[in-house]
Structure formats: structure tokens, C-alpha cells
Unconditional design. Structure first.
Ligand code: PLP
Length: 462
């Protein structure tokens, strides 16, 4: 097989050096072949091992691969209302059969969806722009802020990820410091990552939140000292995703936003992962921190897999951004996307998915807590609703990350037919962000698989 594929891989040695682990650990020959083929086709397909399964169908919380095997999807935070939800599928088909065009033309749908979407947000946030990905949405959010303030400097959180364009990698320490490997841009200041478990200030108290926010103030001062002018923006997720499913200490964003506004900057909430009801107790992640951002960025679940993302801001910032210039985007806000967005909201509301996220999420967190009492490898359990993480450590005192063990657990439950993944600075956090149709029955399947994996690991692996 290697001979066959080496024909189409331009530099087989290089590829082996870049991704040797896929060759060493993959127990399924067909997937191994697919993984090789994916790498042959291009780097955009060279994503994580677990994602290299070849999926052919989706239904609710289930995915079915090319061999007919069913997997419970405990990690896909894009398809909020479940894979191939019939109401969403019908909306796409209906609108595609009627009209799809671009934003050169106004449609009832764009107006209806703007109204419906902004109704989920605090009153001042009522101007919506539609784009096609979270990256584009964050690009636009920063452009709005920078145009309005007339400056470029931006304060970001360590470990943040906001997208994969050049502009977004520049404001994503996760990328440029770690996975992209280039120096910090001079217009970016990195604030301490507000991790209450292994960070500088431990615990969820307001004192810890205020202490972390103090580092945002330090960054704002650094910008002023360097440039003589204020920073344009502070951009942060309301709960961190790639940072390891980290819920910030109480009052963190409130204090950080206060510093930013006092310094004349704009507060941007990246809700690409944590928005749309996933956190259960609120529709938006920022609500859990009691703040109202100046710009909200949304993506992933808004289209349930269909490419749709949005930026919502205040009339004041929108006016300062417009400044005689029209914002245009070929596909953003097209009628099919708008119909999808409406259908997704129909399902979230009609099926009570936010309440379900809260109920199932609380149940999962309680079960993870119970596991932590029995498995010393579990150092921390955290999250809100169906946005949760289980951090594995070799030693609860030193917090030595159990990275290999976390990967082992993910592979083990995958073999049992459950998909999860890892995240965080050390890739030692098991992350769970299932479709919001997840109920107790699905949570039990996931947790049973985890119990088997932890027991096997404690018995010496294998
Ligand atoms: N912001 C956050 C918090 C994300 O997690 C992601 C993607 O993972 C993005 C932005 C970028 O979104 P997209 O991949 O749709 O461009």
C-alpha cells in the first residue's frame, strides 16, 4: 500500500517526519489508508487522528463511517441541533430550490434572521453582518473595532485561538506561539490566561478574577507606553475552548471589560464555541460573566454545519465602521444561509435544547466528578452545560500533565464507538462538546466508555 501511495505523495519522508504517530498507532488498516491518502491530497486534510475517520452519514448525535460503524459524537460542537436535523435539511432544500444569491440583493430572509438573531442579544447589540466562518467573523469584528478606534493594537488572551487567516493567527497565541511558531506581532499584547486550575491565580473567586483582569490592565498600559495611544480592542472567548475548556474565575470579564473601556478600547466576545445555548444556563457565554460586549462574534453552530457566521455590534460602532464604506461579502447572508440560521433557531427553541444542555451538562459534570473521586488521574472537572473538560494529571500536587494518557483514553473510547478529543496547553484535557440533542442515555454511553478506558488504563493499559 505504501508503494501505491508514495506515488502520489510528493515527499514521503517529509510527511513521515511530520506525522509519524498516525503510522504507529492506527489499528484500523482502512483508516490508515485513508489517513495516508488525506495527507497525500494536502495539508488541509492533515488534521487530528480521530478526525481522519471517513464519515458517510450523520443522524442526531450519531455519525456513521464508511464501514457502517456507528459512533456517538461527543465532541462536534458545530452540529448543535444534531447531525442532519430534518427541519434544517428541509429548510436548505426548500430555499435552494427557490432562490440563492448574494448580498447585492436584499431579501426578506436576511431581515427576518437579523431580527431573530439580535433578539437573543442585549438590546444595544442590533446590527448584524453575515459571513461564512468564524475566522471571517473575527476578522470583521477586529476591523470594526480598529476602524472605530483608529488604532490597531489588540489585547488577546494567552492560549487564545480566533481563526486561521493571517490576521487571526496574529491574534491567536495558540497558533503563532505554539503551532504556527512565529514571533508575537508588535501590535499584539498577550494577557495572562485566566486558568483557575493551573494558572497564576488559583480558584474561581472574584479575587482571582480581579487579579487576572489586572493583567489586561497591564497590557493596556503597555500599549499606551509603546504607541502613545489606546488599544483598539480586547478580544476573548467567554469560556476558553482550545485553552482547555477553561471557565474563568467569577468577575473576570467584568473587571477586564472595565479596564478596556476605561482605556478607550472595544470589547469583543468570541462566542464561536460557547454561544447559542451550549452553556445551558444562558444563551451566550458572556452572560455567565455578567457582561455585555461591544461586538459579539458567532460561528460554528449558527448554521449547524452549513457555512454561516455573524458579527453583531452596536449601531454606534456600525456607523463608525461604515464611514461611507459599504461592507460586501459574496456569500455572507445568502438566502440559503439565512434559511438555515432560522431553522437552527427554530429547533433550539422548539426542542428546548438550551434547557437540555443544562440538564444533560449538569448530569455529565456530576458523573465526571464522581469519576474524579475514584480515578487519581483526573485532576480537574470543569465546564458549563454541554461545554466540559476533564483535565488529566499524573500528580495532583505538581499538576504534571498526563498527555499520553489523555490521548490513550480518547483512542480507547473511539474503539468503543465514542468520539471525543483533547485540548489545552498540554493536550491533557478531555473535551466534551456534543450536539445539544445529547440526553442522559447518550451521556451514559459516553461515561460507560470512559469508565472502561480508565479501568483498562489503571490495569496497565494495553
Ligand atoms: N474562534 C474560535 C473560538 C474557534 O474555536 C474557532 C474555530 O475553531 C474560530 C474562531 C474559527 O472559526 P472557523 O473555523 O469557522 O473559521
Amino acid at each position: 500500500l505504501w508503494d501505491v501511495w508514495s506515488d502520489v505523495i510528493p515527499d514521503a519522508n517529509l510527511i513521515l517526519r511530520l506525522a509519524p504517530e498516525s503510522f504507529a498507532v492506527d489499528p484500523h488498516p482502512p483508516e490508515k489508508l485513508l489517513a495516508r491518502r488525506a495527507r497525500a491530497i494536502g495539508p488541509s486534510l492533515s488534521i487530528s487522528y480521530a478526525e481522519k475517520l471517513k464519515m458517510v452519514r450523520g443522524q442526531g448525535p450519531w455519525l456513521i463511517d464508511h464501514t457502517g460503524r456507528r459512533y456517538l459524537d461527543a465532541v462536534n460542537n458545530i452540529t448543535h441541533v444534531g447531525h442532519c436535523h430534518p427541519h434544517v435539511v428541509a429548510a436548505i432544500a426548500r430555499q435552494a430550490a427557490r432562490l440563492n444569491t448574494n448580498t447585492r440583493y436584499l431579501s426578506e430572509l436576511i431581515l427576518d434572521f437579523s431580527e431573530r438573531l439580535t433578539a437573543t442579544l442585549p438590546r444595544d447589540l442590533r446590527v448584524a453582518y453575515f459571513v461564512n466562518s468564524g475566522t471571517e467573523a473575527n476578522e470583521l469584528a477586529l476591523r470594526i473595532a480598529r476602524t472605530a478606534i483608529g488604532k490597531k493594537s489588540t489585547v488577546v488572551l494567552d492560549w487564545a485561538y480566533h481563526g486561521n487567516s493571517g490576521g487571526m493567527v496574529d491574534v491567536s497565541p495558540y497558533k503563532f506561539k505554539r503551532k504556527g511558531g512565529y514571533p508575537q506581532p508588535d501590535f499584539v499584547e498577550i494577557a495572562d490566561f485566566p486558568d483557575p486550575y493551573r494558572g497564576t491565580h488559583r480558584g474561581m473567586s472574584e479575587a482571582s478574577g480581579r487579579a487576572y483582569a489586572g493583567d489586561v490592565a497591564r497590557c493596556l498600559e503597555a500599549v499606551r507606553a509603546k504607541t502613545g495611544t489606546p488599544a483598539a480592542a480586547f478580544i476573548a472567548e467567554s469560556i476558553s475552548g482550545v485553552g482547555g475548556q477553561v471557565v474563568y474565575p467569577d468577575g473576570y470579564l467584568k473587571a477586564a471589560y472595565a479596564h478596556v473601556r476605561a482605556a478607550g478600547g472595544v470589547c469583543i466576545a468570541d462566542e464561536v464555541q460557547c454561544g447559542f445555548g451550549r452553556v445551558g444556563a444562558a444563551f451566550w457565554g458572556f452572560e455567565l460573566q455578567g457582561v455585555v460586549p461591544d461586538i459579539v462574534v458567532m460561528g460554528k453552530p449558527i448554521g449547524n454545519g452549513h457555512p454561516l457566521a455573524a458579527v453583531v455590534t452596536t449601531p454606534d460602532l456600525a456607523a463608525r465602521f461604515a464611514n461611507g464604506m459599504e461592507y460586501f461579502n459574496s456569500f455572507g447572508g445568502n438566502p440559503v444561509s439565512m434559511a438555515v440560521g432560522m431553522a437552527v433557531l427554530d429547533v433550539i427553541e422548539g426542542e428546548g435544547l438550551q434547557a437540555r444542555a443544562l440538564e444533560t451538562g449538569d448530569y455529565m459534570l456530576a458523573r465526571f466528578g464522581d469519576m474524579a473521586a475514584r480515578h487519581p488521574l483526573i485532576g480537574d472537572v470543569r465546564g458549563r452545560g454541554l461545554f466540559s473538560g476533564v483535565e488529566l494529571v499524573r500528580d495532583r500536587a505538581t499538576l504534571e500533565p498526563a498527555t499520553a494518557e489523555a490521548g490513550w483514553i480518547v483512542n480507547h473510547i473511539r474503539r468503543q464507538g465514542v468520539l471525543a478529543s483533547t485540548d489545552g496547553p498540554f493536550d491533557n484535557v478531555l473535551k466534551f462538546k456534543p450536539p445539544m440533542v445529547f440526553g442522559r442515555a447518550e451521556a451514559d454511553i459516553l461515561i460507560d466508555a470512559l469508565e472502561v478506558a480508565f479501568a483498562d488504563l489503571a490495569a496497565g493499559g494495553g
